[in-house]
Design a protein around this ligand. Structure first.
Ligand code: ATP
Length: 231
């Protein structure tokens, strides 16, 4: 589904990702882990078209998308959920979902919105509430709901558990796992909470100083008593 080959990128003149190759198969949950500053978010942003690719290639569904704009990538079925809950705070839940459906035909959008409300009842309950007055966990649910409205086939999730209480982390991970099973989505996720990510991951890549240091099977990691040595 997504294939990144020998990716190089950075900020200004400073290279942050030197050599990253990874793939995400259909219906797969792949997690990127690594220390702060290892280049995890940078990798997702370059794949999404939010940062220029300096070297290497990105392809999605077998077609090259290297240096495509993020808007074009959304139309292709990619969607990135940023770690700081990108929602429009002055708009209601319903209005946020409507904005997120900008690539979706209106009749299809109504059906998807019903599905989103069924999957995320908290959004249905809060449909007229302004996003800025919701809790962090509710806003995270809203940003996932918005990703679904774009009819994404591959979600790029940047630290979905960040800043959430443990019970909400479980809910978010449970939801991501359900989206994969029930809606056939694929997921590439950056996550510091490795224990939680391992609940739903199929494979894990370890990023160290802008390079892939290891690729592990998540089931094998789950059987290991500790994974700290990965880093
Ligand atoms: P974290 O877990 O802390 O979010 P990360 O693995 O996601 O870390 P990145 O955010 O990808 O790391 O950062 C990789 C490198 O790029 C770091 O050295 C960081 O300082 C640098 N960097 C990130 N964003 C910018 C930016 N906007 N401008 C300049 N340098 C940046």
């Amino acid at each position: 589904m997504l294939s990144i080959d020998r990716l190089r990128t950075g900020y200004g003149a400073r290279e942050a990702v030197f050599d990253v190759s990874l793939s995400v198969g259909e219906g797969e949950v792949v997690t990127l882990v690594g220390h702060n500053g290892a280049g995890k978010t940078t990798t997702l942003k370059a794949a999404m078209g939010l940062l220029p690719v300096w070297g290497g290639t990105v392809s999605f569904l077998g077609r090259p998308i290297t240096n495509s704009s993020s808007a074009a990538n959304v139309r292709r079925g990619l969607c990135m959920v940023l770690e700081d809950d990108f929602v429009f705070r002055d708009l209601t839940v319903e209005e946020n979902l409507q904005v997120a459906a900008f690539t979706t035909p209106a009749d299809a959008a109504a059906g998807i919105r019903r599905d989103v409300f069924a999957l995320l009842p908290v959004l249905a309950e809060r449909r007229t509430q302004r996003a800025g007055t919701m809790s962090g966990g509710e806003r995270r649910m809203l940003s996932l709901g918005m990703a679904l409205m774009s009819q994404a086939r591959l979600l790029l999730l940047d630290e979905p558990s960040l800043g959430l209480a443990p019970v909400l982390v479980e809910q978010v991970m449970g939801l991501v796992g359900r989206l994969v099973v029930e809606r056939g989505l694929s997921v590439l996720m950056v996550e510091q909470n490795v224990d939680q990510a391992l609940r739903i991951a199929d494979r894990v890549y370890v990023l160290r100083a802008g390079r892939i240091a290891a690729e592990e099977d998540a089931a094998a990691l789950r059987r290991r008593s500790q994974w700290w040595d990965l880093f």
